[in-house]
Design a protein around this ligand. Structure first.
Ligand code: UDP
Length: 254
């Protein structure tokens, strides 16, 4: 890694100052954590795969007019991103019951939900990212109603785009978590997708077998964790072995 100023270090990524004002370099580590950081480990090669997978997804979103912070991938583990003012609210979109909604509401894992359900969490590791309502978000000033309207519309649009993208390669998008930030352009402010979109923050199940291909393999010690991430990359046609100039489109499943 070149010597440069570290701006922030999280559990799975490091942010460095970027080459120009208003940019950052996002470095993907192999470190994994779960259950509010009480379980930790290393998933060898995860950073390389998530850098690729997130690049692919953010590029597809940019292609359909969903604004994201992604500018371009720089190398195996780094991407250039736009610096945002991060909104301390995580947005979870669910299509099928799994994880905390199954536990909280007693809905068996794998039950399709009557419609896509959106949840908000206050982004605070110390508090364990508690679920909050729009009331909390606007009352405490984390985001205003216009920000929330934009975040909700983008989250549902992203759910449609990603559900279709993964469906095309035989993967069910069970749920995922998004982060947003504010991008200031002269007088204008735009709500933009931040962070990463990868098997670290999505639940991805094989359409036919139901096999998990995401961080649940690590959370619940299911084994073959790297293989799960690799399989997602392989189906999207972006395994790093294919080389940076050799990006293929998704492999269509019959
Ligand atoms: N998620 C995440 N970070 C978190 C908590 C959840 O990326 O701190 C993702 C998780 O991978 C899943 C979705 O958000 O795709 C919904 O997670 P859930 O509420 O079921 O929580 P979990 O079971 O992961 O604790």
């Amino acid at each position: 890694m070149a010597r440069r100023k570290k701006v922030y270090e999280g559990k799975a990524k490091v942010l460095f100052e970027g080459p120009e004002p208003g940019t950052l370099v996002q470095y993907f580590k192999d470190d994994a954590s779960a259950f509010n950081n009480t379980k930790r480990g290393i998933i060898t090669g995860k950073g390389v795969l998530n850098n690729r997978i997130s690049e692919y997804i953010m590029t597809r979103l940019n292609d359909v007019g969903v604004p994201t912070h992604f500018v371009r991938r720089l190398n195996m583990r780094e991407q250039l991103i736009k610096e945002l003012e991060i909104i301390p609210v995580e947005v979870v979109v669910r299509n099928v019951s799994a994880g905390s909604i199954s536990t909280r509401l007693g809905i068996p894992e794998g039950t399709p939900l009557p419609r896509s359900i959106v949840e908000y969490r206050y982004k605070s590791a110390e508090l364990g990212n508690p679920m909050v309502s729009e009331e909390h978000i606007t009352a405490f000033g984390w985001a205003n109603t216009q920000d929330l309207d934009d975040m909700l519309a983008l989250a549902l649009r992203i759910n449609d785009v990603l559900s279709g993208l993964f469906f095309g390669v035989g993967i069910r998008l069970v749920d995922f978590r998004l982060e947003f930030g504010r991008l200031y352009l002269d007088e204008e402010m735009q709500i933009v997708v931040a962070d990463e979109i990868s098997p670290d923050n999505c639940r991805l199940w094989d359409m036919d077998t139901g096999e998990k291909m995401d961080k649940d393999r690590f959370r619940h010690d299911l084994g073959r964790v790297e293989e799960g991430y690799q399989e997602v990359a392989r189906r999207l046609g972006i395994l790093p072995e294919s080389g940076p100039r050799d990006l293929k489109g998704p492999k269509v499943m019959q």
